[in-house]
Structures are given as C-alpha cells and as structure tokens.
Design a protein around this ligand. Structure first.
Ligand SMILES: C[S@@+](CC[C@H](N)C(=O)[O-])C[C@H]1O[C@@H](n2cnc3c(N)ncnc32)[C@H](O)[C@@H]1O
Length: 324
C-alpha cells in the first residue's frame, strides 16, 4: 500500500516509523569527519524529513510522483486553479500543480520544519511565487476558496473534514490518495501501481421543489419538479398535473444537472441544465428541436443529504479500516 518503509497496515500512517534508522548513518558520518573539516565549518545541512515521521494527526509519507500526477489530472487542474493540499508534507503536490499545471497552490502543514522544507523545495523548483506553504492546522483553517483540494490523510480524518468539503462551492474537485469519504461515493477512482486516488466533485444543492417551464410542441409547459439528494446522488419527479413521472437517470456533476423524462404526450426529452442558487437554466432536447428549460426553487433549499457530521457507525467503520 504505502511504499518504503511500507507500513504494515494503514494505521502506520498514524504512528511515526523509526526515525533513528534514518538519522543514524548521518550522525555516524558527521562524527567521522576530522575536526575543522569544511563540513564542520559550514552551516548545518538543510533539514531533511524522514518518511514516517510523526505529524499532528497523521505521519508524513509522500505521495509517489506517478499517483500525484494522476490526482491532478483526475481533478482536471488547469492554469490559474487554486489547489490546496491538506497536510502538505514536503510540498510535492502543490509544487507539481504549479510547475506542471500552471496552477496556484497552497500547502497547509502543521509541522513548521516541513513548511520551511516545502518552501525551499518550491524555490528550487522555480515556482515559489505560485506554490506557497503555511503553518496551519487543517481542522482550524478556512480553505473554502480552493478550486481543487488534495489529501493524503486517514479515513477518520477524511470523515471529520467531510461536512466542510461538501459545503465548498459546487464544482470544487476533491482528490484523496488512498482513503475515501465514507458513504460519499467517489465520482471516479484511478489506480496507479495499485494505489487508489479518488475524485469527488462537490455537488450543487438540487433538492426541494422547483417550478419548471419549457416550450412544448403545443405551447408553454409548466411542471412541478421535486428532487431529493444525498451527496451527489439525486432522484426526483416531474408533475404535469395530469401525469407525474420519475426522472430518468438523473445525474448531478457540480452545478450540472442532467435527466430525461417522458412528457404528457409520451415523448422522451432530455434536460441539460445548470444550477445557480435557486435557479436552474438549460436546454430540453426533443424531436421538435431544442428549447430553453428553466426552473425556480420554491421555499428554499433543504440541507444536502449527508451534510451532517458522520454517524458513530461510519466513524467506527473508518477506525476499523485502520485496525483501531
Ligand atoms: C501522509 S502525509 C501527506 C503529505 C502530502 N500531502 C503528500 O501527499 O505527499 C500527511 C501530512 O499531514 C501533516 N499533518 C498531520 N496532521 C495535520 C494537521 N492537523 N494539520 C496540518 N497538517 C497535518 C503531516 O505532518 C504530514 O506532513
């Protein structure tokens, strides 16, 4: 799962690995140098973190290059995107986002030495202007301005973050190395050398009752649309007065809502629309041509299903994943 030194189980991400194993050869080498040698006279070598070293809530183990590149591609990072890595370690995800995708990156990292190390790495990569690092606790920091959030944390930490992540602006892309967000199913998962990376696209709130209108073959059509939503999963129906029908294969991706329906005359139509607050605007496709489709939400948006804190069962399951 996690490479050298490979933790025996994911719980190893919580515990520090043998730091002395890494540092001992360095200390032996330094002791063997003659007094007054150039190395002794120079300043101490720059700080180097040790894989598996302790962190506030999770140890430091870097994401391999191939997987982090895939994570940024899954998130469709584009120039100018604001990419935030939660627990940034040596800064490699944020640096790659700036260097290879021309994004603006911010790494939040609790360990001050790692922050300095990441800043030095960003300078060496020539991207210090677009890859920045801040000493911060991810559970006490506002990162809501991000377009893309990356994580390599632990299942229970992901669950604790989930209400905050789900409340981010619709369309924000979330990518996690290894661990999921409990009952919030990923929109896509990739594997690179057997390691998973999961993508979620923060959904808009589509729930509630909407007054929908579009131009039908015989004039304006009005319908009441009701939608229920849990995370990005939606289901609903359209009520034409004489007939009520369920929505066919409704799909919500960020602000984009797609569904089909069979109208009162028995014609199958497809809707492709965008949600902006309490308004839905788009196109209805049918045999008579493509027409505007609009809807206005009535009586406010209900909370998105899944937005509450994770249940005790979910937290227990997450800890069981770690063998805790
Ligand atoms: C598994 S490493 C991942 C590093 C980097 N994101 C990557 O994928 O290469 C997790 C990092 O989170 C940091 N960390 C742990 N708890 C944190 C917290 N509460 N706030 C900020 N950083 C934290 C650790 O110091 C460590 O560097």
């Amino acid at each position: 799962m996690i490479s050298t030194p490979t933790p025996a189980c994911p719980a190893a991400l919580r515990r520090p690995l043998g730091i002395t194993r890494v540092l001992t050869p360095v200390l032996v080498f330094m002791a063997a140098l003659p007094a007054g040698s150039p190395l002794h006279a120079q300043e101490a070598p720059p700080y180097q973190p040790a894989r598996g070293q302790a962190g506030k809530d999770v140890v430091w183990i870097p994401t391999p290059d191939g997987l982090l590149n895939r994570m940024l591609k899954l998130a469709q990072v584009k120039p100018g995107d604001h990419v935030v890595d939660l627990g940034a370690g040596d800064g490699k995800i944020v640096i790659a986002a700036a260097r290879d995708f021309n994004a603006r990156g911010l790494g939040l990292e609790y360990d001050e030495k790692l922050v300095g190390h990441a800043q030095r790495n960003a300078r060496e990569a020539g991207v210090a202007d677009r890859a920045q690092f801040r000493q911060a606790d991810i559970f006490a920091t506002d990162f809501s301005s991000a377009d893309v959030v990356t994580m390599y944390l632990l299942p229970d930490l992901n669950l604790r973050l989930r209400p905050t992540l789900l409340a981010m602006k619709p369309g924000t892309r979330l990518v996690s190395h290894q661990f999921t967000l409990g009952n919030w199913s990923p929109d896509e998962t990739s594997w690179v050398e057997h390691r998973p990376a999961h993508l979620w696209i923060v959904p808009a709130n589509a729930g509630g009752t909407w007054k929908a209108t579009y131009a039908g073959d015989g004039g304006a059509v009005a319908a009441e649309m009701t939608m229920e939503q849990v995370f990005q999963q939606v289901k609903g129906s359209l009520d034409f007065g004489d007939i009520r029908t369920g929505l066919r294969s409704p799909q919500l991706e960020g602000t984009r809502l797609l569904f089909g329906f069979t109208d009162s005359a028995g014609i199958v139509r497809q809707v492709d629309a965008r949600i902006s607050g309490d308004r839905l605007q788009g196109t209805v496709y049918g045999p008579g041509g493509n027409r505007d489709f609009a809807a206005v939400r009535q009586g406010g948006a209900p909370p998105v299903g899944g937005s509450a804190a994770p249940s005790a069962d979910e937290l227990t399951n997450a800890l069981q994943l770690l063998g805790e």
